[in-house]
Each structure stands twice: as structure tokens, then as C-alpha cells.
Ligand binder design. Structure first.
Ligand code: T46
Length: 134
């Protein structure tokens, strides 16, 4: 699977009462969703992540607050600011990811293509580089 890290804009149903965003697996999220988890109660000085996934596809959405996600694959290094519930970060393929600078109110919701499997993680940066042939 070719590495892909890109921002996806969601449609907002907005009226006088507020806003609603609907995310459907296989449509707004370009894979069937098998797991949802969320991260909250974070600290700005406590980054998370520091791993890659072998097969997992994910969509990360800051439904509240903000967080910066750093991604690395091949020679590419990109930083994405997630600060709106109307935008998600799609991650596919072998990508080293780190989450930094969580705001105190951040709730990071993640939609994943597979159930949790620790064997899908590469948590050693050197192994990640070797897997890429770098
Ligand atoms: C990712 C980034 C964005 C489970 O038991 N089930 C789960 O579905 C998940 C995601 C985690 N866990 C356990 C494994 C650890 O004992 O929860 C604990 C914390 O997980 P981890 O240290 O991997 O959390 P993060 O924030 O570093 O990474 C997470 C995801 O694990 C990862 O897939 O891409 O968020």
C-alpha cells in the first residue's frame, strides 16, 4: 500500500441549531470502519504515537481542541494541524506518526480499518527505516 497522508474535508450540516457531521464508512471515510477509539485528557508536553502501522488505515479527527500530527515516509516529512471537527487526517501505508502539542481540551477521535492488533505496530524507528529500505 502506497503511503498516503492527507487532509479530508467533511460536509457540515449547519443550521440555527448548530452543526452536524456524518461520517460513513466506505464513503466519507474511504475504508470500512472496524474500530473507533478516542484520546483525551492529554498534556501538551506529553507527545504520543512514535510508531508506524504495517496494514492499518486510519482517519484522525480532532472533534474538540487541537493537535499537531507529524508524519514521515520516504523522504517526506509533513506536519498537520488538526483543529476542526470538519477535517480529518487520512493515514494509509507505512507512515511514522507522532502527535504533539495537544490542547488541554483536545479529543482526538480515530476511525480504524482493523481491530486492535499489537503485531501491526512498528514501534522501533530503526526498524521502520529498514522496512522502507532507507
Ligand atoms: C495511532 C495513534 C494515532 C488498545 O487496547 N486498543 C486500541 O484500539 C488502541 C488504539 C490502544 N490500546 C492500548 C494499547 C496501549 O496499552 O492502549 C494503550 C495506549 O496505546 P498507544 O500507546 O498505542 O497510544 P498512542 O496514542 O501512542 O497511539 C494511538 C494508536 O495506538 C495508534 O494506532 O495511530 O493513536
Amino acid at each position: 500500500m502506497k503511503p498516503r497522508a492527507e487532509i479530508v474535508q467533511f460536509s457540515i450540516h449547519s443550521d440555527d441549531r448548530g452543526c452536524l457531521i456524518a461520517l460513513e464508512g466506505g464513503r466519507d471515510i474511504p475504508f470500512e470502519v472496524r474500530r473507533v477509539y478516542y484520546i483525551y485528557g492529554t498534556r501538551s508536553d506529553m507527545p504520543r504515537g512514535f510508531h508506524a502501522h504495517k496494514h492499518l488505515k486510519q482517519m484522525l479527527v480532532a472533534v474538540s481542541g487541537s493537535v499537531t500530527v507529524s508524519c514521515e515516509f520516504g523522504a517526506t516529512k509533513e506536519r498537520f494541524l488538526l483543529d476542526s471537527p470538519s477535517r480529518g487526517l487520512l493515514l494509509e501505508g507505512l507512515i511514522w506518526r507522532e502527535m504533539h502539542d495537544f490542547s488541554p481540551d483536545c479529543v482526538l477521535m480515530v476511525f480504524a480499518s482493523e481491530h486492535y492488533r499489537e503485531e501491526d505496530y512498528i514501534r522501533d524507528y530503526n526498524v521502520f527505516r529498514q522496512e522502507q529500505g532507507v
